[in-house]
Design a protein around this ligand. Structure first.
Ligand SMILES: [Zn+2]
Length: 309
């Protein structure tokens, strides 16, 4: 429930412990003794060891700490693991991108994000009040200062990282509704992890105009070479199901614009990242295997975030 945490406060030793230390101690030692590691927050936590999720394709979920109850022992209001507070912070930066609805939820406008990414423009009311939520006409755009552009990218980054860090996407779906112009978009058609890469490929092939969000573990980082002038990161494909003849392998490529290659310099194989942007789908068959390539170009800072390392 809520945001997964990489560390916790262990009352017995009065120290902050990591997931690895918790694994060594075991559930019995930790039970009832761990709470949120953030200052001024005493939310009670439990330890969740690695497990495997997914039916069609098994995906390992890394060990983490989790809230015991958001009702009886929630995070403090200013704790950085307080999901409601994090959503409000994201909305404050770019209210026209993450628009506050009357019932306390928010609307993440993917068409606005699309405009920002494609034209490096932002809607002209970027700093003012957000327009009527029922107005589904394409917003008019005009150039804005670099400052507001980065606020849009940073808000989208916050949402992408939150999506990758929550235990259950429902936690976020209850708070943030997705919209692309006048269409309501389910979270399953915006946010894809390795379990859903194959579906992502099919979706992108139909709707490359809608920005999506992809998360996964870095499998390889390829430097520019004689024929390719940009850096590429490949994400680990989902584990193959040995019981079937599935020979479609989805491969996610993150290509960095030459001037943004430095964004990849602090990343390593094994890090878990999340990216958002427009994706392209292209298939290539070699013998019995079809590689289903999903490519996202990193053209702006903020498009990529680290989930865990
Ligand atoms: Zn907390």
């Amino acid at each position: 429930m809520g945001i997964k945490m990489p560390e916790a406060y262990f009352a017995t030793t009065r120290q902050i412990i990591t997931v690895k230390q918790a694994q060594r101690m075991g559930l019995k030692t930790l039970s009832g003794r761990i709470s949120c590691a953030e200052k001024d927050c005493s939310a009670r936590l439990r330890f969740v060891d690695t497990y495997v999720k997914g039916e069609e394709r098994e995906t390992p979920v890394a060990a983490h700490f989790s809230l015991i109850s958001s009702i009886t022992s929630p995070h403090s209001e200013d704790c950085r693991y307080n999901l409601d507070a994090q959503v409000r912070i994201a909305a404050r930066e770019a209210p026209n991108l993450l628009y506050s609805l009357r019932n306390g939820t928010h609307e993440f406008r993917l068409h606005v994000l699309s405009d920002v990414l494609q034209n490096k423009m932002v809607p002209n009311d970027a700093s003012g009040s957000a327009p009527n939520a029922n107005d589904s006409r394409p917003t008019s755009v005009e150039y804005q200062t670099q400052g507001s552009l980065s606020a849009y990218l940073s808000t989208a980054n916050r949402i992408a990282v939150l999506a990758a860090r929550v235990e259950d996407n429902e936690d976020l779906a209850r708070r943030i509704k997705l919209r692309f112009r006048d269409e309501a978009i389910p979270w399953t058609d915006f946010y894809f992890d390795e379990e859903n890469f194959l579906r992502c490929f099919r979706y992108v092939r139909q709707r490359s105009y809608q920005p999506i969000c992809v998360t996964g573990e870095i499998k390889a980082i390829e430097e520019p070479n004689g024929t390719r002038k940009f850096k590429t990161i490949r994400l680990k494909p989902p584990r193959r199901d040995n019981t079937s003849d599935l020979l479609d392998i989805p491969i996610v490529h993150l290509n960095f614009d030459p001037e943004l290659m430095y964004l990849a310099s602090n990343l390593s194989v094994g890090d878990r990242v999340v990216v958002y942007g427009h994706a392209l789908a292209s298939a290539k068959t070699k013998g019995k295997i079809t590689f289903q390539n999903i490519t996202v170009w990193i053209r702006a800072r903020g498009q990529i975030g680290v989930v865990s390392r």
